[in-house]
Every structure is written in C-alpha cells, then in structure tokens.
Design a protein around this ligand. Structure first.
Ligand code: AMP
Length: 400
C-alpha cells in the first residue's frame, strides 16, 4: 500500500510517498511560502532519480498546495502513481495530542474536534496541521487519514516526571504538564536501537538524544518513555538553535520590566532569538557555522557549542539516574547524525559511565553505527531518524 505522509506547517508542507509494504521511499518534496510571495514546490521522484524539480507557482492556500502535491505525484511523466486511487492512506503529523491521544488514530470528526481542543497547547502547529487534514479530505474524500502525534510516545511518563510543581488547579483546569515532543523520532530511534543491538525492546535502558534545530532527549526504560526534556511546549529542556531551553522562570518578568516588553514578546525572544544563536553573538543557529567558528577561535561560537554539549551531558546524566543505569545512548537528527565534533564533546563527559569513543566510527556518517569501543560499558550509537517512515508505518498498521 502506498502511503502519502504529510507534515503541514503554517506556511510550508513537507510530503513523502512511501510504499509501506517494502518501506521504499518513492517520492518526496516540499511546498514553501504558502500564502505568500515566491511560493512553490520542490518535488523529487526518488525511484526515477529525477533530482529536485523546483517550480515557482502561486499557492494562495494549503488546499492549493495539497492539490499541487497530488498533481505532482500522479503526473504522467514524473509521478509515482498512475492515479490517486493508488494512494491507500494519508498519514498526518500532528504536533499536540494532549492527554487524549496515546497512540495514532484514524481521523474522523470526533478526532478532529479533539485535536482542535488541544490547539491552545500548540497554537502555531495544531491549526496548521488540521488545515492539511482538511485540504486532503477535500481532495481525496474516500481515502483514510491517520493522525500521528508528536506527543503520543511520551504519554507513558509517570506522574512524577510530567507534573510541574505548580498549584494543582492549573493541571486540573488547563492540563498544564510536561508532554514532550519529537515522539515519533524518539519512538523510531529507540526501537531501531533494540533491532541494531539485537536485544528485545523491553529489555533495554536507552537514552535518545534528538539533536536538531529543535532538540530533545528522552529516557526509554524497557520500551516505555519515562522522561523527556521538552515540556508543555517545545521551549523547555536543551539549549537549541534559537530556543533558550531551561531557565529561571523569573527571568521572563525581569526582562519584560527592564526592556518594557510584554511577556509574549519575551517568550517570542526565548523561542526565536535565544539558544546557540544568542550565545554565539548571533553568529548562527547552524552548527556547521558554529563548528567552523569554534575551530577558528571565535570565543562566542566556542561558548555556544560548549554550553550546548554541557547541557546535553547534564540531561543524559539525569536520565541515567532516572533509570538507575543506561545500556545505550543514541544520537539522532541533524546535529546528532552529522556532527562527530559535538558527539565527541558530549561523550567526553561520560568517562564515569565507562564510555570510550571509537574515533574512526564516530567520523562515519549516514548509517546506523556503534561509535563506542567494544569494551565500553555503555554502547553509543548514531541512528539516523526517519519520522516520515515512522508515520507511514503507523498509518499502514491502522489502514491495511
Ligand atoms: P534538523 O532540525 O534535525 O533538520 O537539524 C538541522 C540542524 O542540523 C542544522 O541547523 C545544523 O545545526 C545541524 N547540521 C546539519 N548538518 C550538519 C553537519 N554536517 N554538521 C554539523 N551540524 C549539522
């Protein structure tokens, strides 16, 4: 069965077509600047090896974008299906499922209402995700749609890990608690680790470090997520590209008063102008630039990278304590998969865990690989994440 995977943001839409029986990627692409000037689509037929085909065209709304995606994948020359009947189901990435969704579900009116109810927890994401669902439903009315939630994997966390020490009424009235994000990736990588290590999923204590522009860590104890670094929103936890991660909450009022800003303006700064971007003196949020700056002796770039790695190490230490040990640490996402430099700096903190880095393995890219020496007490792996494949698998499981 061919699955169309849709990840719909406020002005962009990423998509892939995956043959779920063989797990082969058939086509992928991205619509950008939807509703704005210079909008267009980048499309690639992976089977035919067309490379990226870019088309600039007006995309006034998401329905138009989905329509163009459907035209592209069924195009007689470069499409991957003869007609849309060959798309068996659509899997949608939905950012926030609140406490209602502990796993993926087939989308119906009730599910859409429940996702809408979670929208005030993810006001930038859930409404955009739902626009993608509505556009697909309008254009492919008979095709089953599945919602795959970023938060679902973390719903196994115990109360002691997800409750904030705030008046209970905020949880009772507004469900203010830790939810965690990147769940599809943490789930995919922790399962893949077990496969690669050759041990049952429910026998391992794994720490997954999803280090991308957004970054989060999770503790997966015997197949269940028991803690994760992101919170009510994806702002908490690690220092990220432009997000501050953890800080003293009193800083928000302090800066608001000093700079005559509203709390939302300060939170916007914490989301968009902070993180390694801020620490590097606004040099960049991209670790390629920061590593370059680091190696050239740029002190602010060095501070940004050092603070990031220290922060990752602190979380790994905390999660090793939470699980009373750790068998495997896995690195994934843009930085986790591609930066031997960052991995080495993080792992340098773990002599006490008996970890030794295999330098040649650590220099390898793009595949599942063990980067700790064979006699290391804790195994360390790089596991490329594949959120789209995870969404296709979930969708297939519900629709086959
Ligand atoms: P993601 O959010 O998972 O797509 O990760 C994107 C981030 O990965 C970029 O902003 C970079 O910071 C980082 N990244 C990608 N490629 C490399 C690389 N070759 N070396 C270091 N960092 C990289």
């Amino acid at each position: 069965m061919n699955i169309l995977v849709i990840n719909c943001g406020s002005s962009s839409l990423k998509f892939q077509v995956i043959d779920a029986s063989t797990e082969k990627l058939l086509a992928k692409g991205l619509c950008e600047r939807i509703g704005g000037a210079g909008s267009g689509i980048t499309y690639e037929n992976v089977v035919k090896g067309t490379g990226k085909i870019e088309t600039i065209t007006p995309l006034p709304d998401h329905k138009q974008a989905v329509s163009l995606v459907l035209q592209s994948i069924s195009d007689p020359e470069n499409g991957v299906v003869k007609s849309l009947d060959e798309i068996g189901a659509v899997g949608h990435r939905i950012v926030h499922g609140g406490e209602k969704f502990t796993s993926s579900v087939i989308i119906n009116d009730e599910v859409i209402e429940a996702i809408k109810e979670c929208s005030d927890l993810a006001p930038l994401h859930n409404p955009a995700n739902l626009i993608g669902v509505a556009a697909c439903q309008a254009l492919m009315p008979g095709t089953p749609m599945v919602a795959v939630f970023d938060t679902a994997f973390h719903q196994t966390m115990p109360e002691k890990a997800y409750m904030y020490a705030l008046p209970l009424k905020y949880y009772e009235k507004y469900r203010v608690r830790r939810y965690g994000f990147h769940g599809t990736s943490h789930s995919f990588v922790s399962k893949k680790v077990a496969e690669v290590v050759g041990k049952p999923y429910d026998s391992l204590k794994t720490i997954v470090c999803h280090l991308g522009n957004g970054a989060s860590i999770s503790a997966v104890n015997h197949g269940k997520c028991v803690d994760t670094s992101m919170g009510l929103t994806p702002l908490e936890g690690l220092i990220m590209g432009t997000r501050s991660g953890d800080l003293d909450p009193a800083i928000i009022e302090f800066i608001a008063n000093k700079e005559n800003l509203t709390t939302s303006e300060v939170v916007n700064i914490l989301n968009k102008k902070s993180g390694v971007y801020a620490l590097s003196g606004e040099l960049s949020s991209d670790f390629r630039d920061l590593e370059d700056g680091y190696k050239k002796g740029n002190k602010k770039a060095q501070l940004a990278v050092d603070a990031f790695c220290y922060n990752v190490a602190k979380y790994v230490g905390a999660y090793a304590a939470a699980m009373n040990g750790v068998d495997v640490i896995a690195f994934t996402a843009g930085i986790g998969e591609n930066s031997p430099f960052v991995r080495e700096k993080v792992l340098a903190y773990f002599g006490y865990l008996g970890i030794d880095v295999d330098e040649a393995a650590n220099a390898t890219r793009g595949k599942d690989i063990r980067i700790s020496t064979p006699d290391s007490k804790v195994a360390v792996y790089v596991i490329p994440t594949n959120e789209e494949l995870a969404i296709a698998r979930e969708t297939f499981a519900l629709c086959k």
